[in-house]
Write a protein that binds this ligand. Sequence first.
Ligand SMILES: [Zn+2]
Ligand SMILES: [Zn+2]
Length: 303
Amino acid sequence: MVASRAITMVRMQETDLRTPAAGWDIHCHTRFSDGTETPDTLMRQARDIGLHGVAITDHDTWNGWQEAEAASRAYGIPLIRGTEITAHVDHTSVHILGYLYDPHDEDLAAMFQRTRTARFNRVREMVERIHADYPQMTWECVSRQVREGSQTTIGRPHIADALVALGICRDRTEAFSTIIASTNKYYIPVPSPTPLEVTRTVKKAGGAVVVAHAGDRSRNRQLLSDERLEELIDAGLDGIEVYHRGNLPDQRRRLKDIADSHGLIVTGGSDWHGAGKPNPLGENLTSDESVQRLVEGRALPVL
Ligand SMILES: [Zn+2]
Ligand SMILES: [Zn+2]
């Protein structure tokens, strides 16, 4: 009896660490940052695979929203407008998902502008460093990989794509683990706001805040600590992305326990990048109930 109850409990624990079978994919990238597809393609594919809705979350920008809004109406797929915002603390890179905030909020617009300018200057400088050893690698090669011109948030993936186009690297993964790896001499860190600054700014602009893939050991040698997470919770953090391919079971357990004990929303997302990453759309999902809690009372409605 006792043994069978123990088995049931283990099964339950395993089950709640798995993504919901149906729901919303609320972590998706398009050509407006480092994804390879348009917002229109995102919405069409979402309809084709039967998602209940999607969020567009390009890095440090809302430039893709307009196209996504039109596609949401055309395909009848509900849309959450969002952004994945780059932050940094304690030598740890942290990604914050902000949803349904007022894009005209001055502090928020200024924060995005600072990050985008810093990213642009940093990529230019990294390209110059690489050029010194690989003369064929130039700024023009990187520009050719930027699909929406000045509307695109430029980052390391665009350098990777240029290295692949030149035949220096086989694919993005190889580029990220060799030439543009954070341990390599060509690497320059992005000057970023802290997760606490980002959380406060998005909350002030009426948005919902979710910390993305905080248990992904492949991104950081040192993960965002419980203490730092508590700080964000005190500042009004709404949710934690538990269902993400980078969060392995032990980290899913840790993050889910923190979310449950503070009454936070548990979310999931594929981190879809089109052909830019292997993650298929809809690979990880957020339940309808969690989405309902996430979107309630925000500056913008779900479309
Ligand atoms: Zn991310
Ligand atoms: Zn992402």
